[in-house]
Design a protein around this ligand. Structure first.
Ligand code: ADP
Length: 398
């Protein structure tokens, strides 16, 4: 049987998400998630076209979880002989990687040298690559970086106004994340609107638990809202986004939190959750706001206002707008969030089509504005698909 399957892996510190794509049929026959790894409650959940199954894999580490995944895939008829390659999501590629690469020992060392830029994420991503290499030493593996798409951002947009030695000596600059998502939805917008690939200006808003927006001109990212870390920029589920840089010191002087404590607060107790004191989940907040919960309403308004303000700022990079694209769990599903954000941008000539806004979402992508120049669109993101595509392209080239 010819090998045509691409295994896409997103390995986190205590979880491992995977999907399998069939490169000949452009389908995704199986996907799943192993979570609570290294604990007695570790489980593996697998979804196929016929349904979802859950298995206990107590105390499994990344390698044992991957073994369970590949055994289960074999049982479903997707044995290792059918695997063509694996693609891994890697969070930080620093300035070293401006596109996806096939993994070699040298590449692994280069990724490892960037661990200080994403100490929570990159080592966990590497663990997935290492575990798979141990199981299948001959399987080609590709690394796809969240930051790579933003390597086209110019110095004026990525340089922080701090002593330049911090950039030279420690790589302190803005990098941006969610690159696969911004790349995918912006190219889909260009395709759907039949824009000129060499002459277009698109703003993409990826709104999930993490949120970022990106300015794309002629296929290249020119600016984005996340920075050195994913904490910068928009208001997110539990992350504050932009705050006064003096806040760390202020909070630590007023409370007994140390630097780590303040960082944890800004990452895990802030954003929608922090303002609402209710939830980080946009569905819950929308329902609560409709029932009169004042802080849920405030959280939503801050979220939309800050997003609109960031989009307006990103237009400085593009110098105009052909399309504004919403994606991610909130961008694809939360109709009131799209409505409020676009309302703040009415002065740009954007006007939502109320009916189209209600009918478009995860299952129906397309234009939701009365105007087509510029257009407001909903395009479901497909980050795993992008990883599979890059993997296939690189492996075919070798
Ligand atoms: P992640 O960044 O973890 O991949 P998602 O892209 O799935 O997250 O986005 C999660 C967010 O999407 C949550 O805030 C969730 O409430 C929101 N969301 C999902 N479905 C809806 C919906 N129907 N209406 C409003 N918000 C939704």
């Amino acid at each position: 049987m010819t090998a045509s399957l691409i295994l896409v892996i997103n390995s986190g510190s205590s979880s491992l998400k995977f999907s399998v794509f069939d490169s000949t049929q452009q389908t995704e026959p199986v996907s799943g998630l192993a979570e609570r790894l290294d604990t007695p409650d570790a489980t593996l959940k697998v979804s196929t076209q016929v349904g979802t199954r859950q298995t206990a894999i107590p105390d499994a580490d990344h390698q044992q979880a991957l073994r369970a995944v590949t055994d289960m895939l074999a049982a479903e008829g997707f044995g290792p002989d059918r695997l063509l390659a694996a693609g891994h999501r890697v969070v930080h590629g620093g300035e070293t990687f401006s596109s996806s690469v096939q993994v070699t020992a040298d590449i692994l060392a280069q990724i490892e040298a960037l661990n200080h830029l994403a100490p929570l994420h990159n080592p966990a991503n590497m663990e997935g690559i290492r575990a798979l290499s141990t199981l299948f030493p001959d399987l080609p593996q590709v690394a796809v970086f969240d930051t790579a798409f933003h390597q086209s951002v110019p110095p004026a947009a990525y340089t922080y106004a701090v002593p330049h030695a911090l950039y030279r000596d420690h790589g302190v600059r803005r990098y941006g994340f969610h690159g696969s998502s911004h790349r995918y939805v912006s190219s889909e917008a260009v395709r759907l609107l039949q824009l000129d690939p060499a002459d277009h200006r698109v703003i993409t808003a990826h709104l999930g638990n993490g949120c970022s927006a990106c300015a794309v001109k002629n296929g290249q990212s020119l600016d984005t809202t996340m920075g050195l870390t994913p904490l910068e920029g928009l208001v997110m589920g539990t992350r504050s986004g932009d705050v006064d840089p003096s806040l760390h010191q202020f909070i630590s002087e007023r409370t007994n939190l140390d630097l780590d404590g303040v960082t944890a607060m800004l990452n895990r107790e802030s954003g929608l959750l922090g303002i609402s004191e209710l939830s980080n989940d946009m569905r819950t907040l929308i329902e609560a706001a409709e029932e009169g919960h004042a802080q849920a309403e405030l959280a939503i308004e801050v979220f939309c206002y800050r997003l609109a303000k960031a989009i307006a700022g990103l237009l400085t990079a593009t110098g105009g707008l052909d399309a504004l694209v919403f994606t991610g769990g909130i961008g694809e599903n939360a109709t009131p969030i799209r409505e409020r954000t676009v309302y703040h941008l009415g002065w740009l000539g954007l006007n939502l089509d109320v009916t189209a806004n209600l009918t478009h979402g995860r299952d129906q992508m397309g234009i939701i504005s009365t105007t087509h120049e510029p257009a407001v669109m909903v395009i479901p993101t497909r980050e795993e698909w992008m990883i599979a595509q890059d993997t296939l392209t690189l492996v075919s080239a070798h």
